[in-house]
Design a protein. Structure first.
Length: 176
DNA sequence: CGTATGATTGTTCTA
DNA sequence: TAGAACAATCATACG
């Protein structure tokens, strides 16, 4: 048990207003801050690994993922959340409500409960790492001309990367 | 019709 | 070291 010393808890959530502000001084991200599908024009682009909290919310909102996990408890939580959210705010914005409720609930969870989520998050990170390598490699191939400091990783990690291509859902064909 | 925004925390990255 | 930015979820809204 950690003493609830609110030492660094003085962080005001309101200070987080930079979230919406995509106009970051550093252009480490695409100039066009479109976080929609259109923005994901590069599927190979490795997106940041979702945090355990995101996994939690993800499960809470969606049910397909819940299936991936062998924990029916997640399903229960999801239904509970959906029901409450729907009852409380049938006409409101879902993400915001669930997000807030999720945050509160998330804090309520203990390390043990977050364990499964964290584990999932770890997997996400692994995937991210793999994707990053593939993306980097792809870029090197695409560029194939500008190789600034290409540090040769040498033969350190040269296995693992199996071509396990999981064809993800197919994009709808748009037939209306 | 399509994209952006709404809020949550965690992870990642850059200066 | 510290802070800034983005990661996904769905429903709603505007042009």
């Amino acid at each position: 048990m950690k003493a609830p010393k609110s030492k660094s808890e003085s962080k005001k959530p309101e200070s987080r207003l930079s979230v919406k502000k995509r106009g970051a001084p550093a252009e480490r991200k695409a100039p066009a801050p479109k976080k929609t599908k259109a923005a994901a024009k590069d599927p190979s682009k490795p997106k940041r690994p979702a945090s355990a909290f995101f996994v939690f919310m993800y499960v809470s909102l969606t049910s397909n993922i819940a299936r991936s996990i062998d924990v029916s408890e997640f399903v229960r939580i999801r239904e509970d959340f959906r029901k409450q959210y729907k009852e409380k705010h049938p006409n409101n914005k879902s993400v915001s409500v669930v997000g807030k409720a999720g945050g509160d609930k998330w804090k309520s969870l203990t390390a043990a409960e977050k364990a499964p989520y964290v584990a999932k998050a770890e997997t996400r990170k692994s995937d991210y790492d793999k994707n990053l390598q593939a993306y980097n490699k792809k870029l090197a191939e695409g560029k194939d001309a500008e190789e600034e400091e290409e540090e040769d990783e040498s033969d350190k990690s040269k296995s693992e990367v199996h071509d396990d291509d999981e064809s993800e859902e197919d994009e709808d064909e748009d037939d209306e």
